[in-house]
Design a protein around this ligand. Sequence first.
Ligand SMILES: [Zn+2]
Length: 222
Amino acid sequence: MLYTFAVVRSPLKAVPDGASEHGHYFGGPAEGLGIEAGHRFARILTLDLRDPRLSFLRLGTRRELPLVMDFAEGGIDYSMREDGSLVLHSQKESASASLLESELPLHRVRLEPIPYEQYRAAIFASAGPDAEFLSAEDSAALKAIGETYTQVGGSHARASAYRPYCANPQCDGYGGQVTQMLATISQTPAPGVSLEFLPYDPAIEFAFCQTCHSISGVIVPD
Ligand SMILES: [Zn+2]
């Protein structure tokens, strides 16, 4: 079971850190996913579920949660089998060529909590007040969190308004279940890992179905 309440209360920032004690990483080979090789599907962010900071992700015995993008379709929907391989729910053949020409280099990641003041300032600022309305404290907190960052869990102040429907035909919520944002990936999440080959300076967002925990990823203009 995965608890939306716990997800929203656990805002984490994914920081590139080669010395991270857990096995989170940006990029890396698509091996082990059980899907077509080549340069169409790529791991964007792989989360090590043994990290206690991710205890809100209760995904059974799985060791990792790979957030994967389809760079031919620009979006993806999948569930995970117990062995970590993926079941794709969206179209498996694509008429488009992949925009990705080589796999993204692997870069290790550390997850750290977003400080309360920064989280509050980011959410408040996203609700509408312009910069002049913010207190000096909130302005400083916003500056500290940065303009682009990769977030896992929590409410996503920088996310688009788009929320995909569940695409898993085996799910009771298929086609209509409200999905919850899980991760927003910045355009250059780590040194050497860049999404600049995509048009319109996009970010990537990953949401999950609250019933079946299938993952939906989409590329959105930043
Ligand atoms: Zn579902």
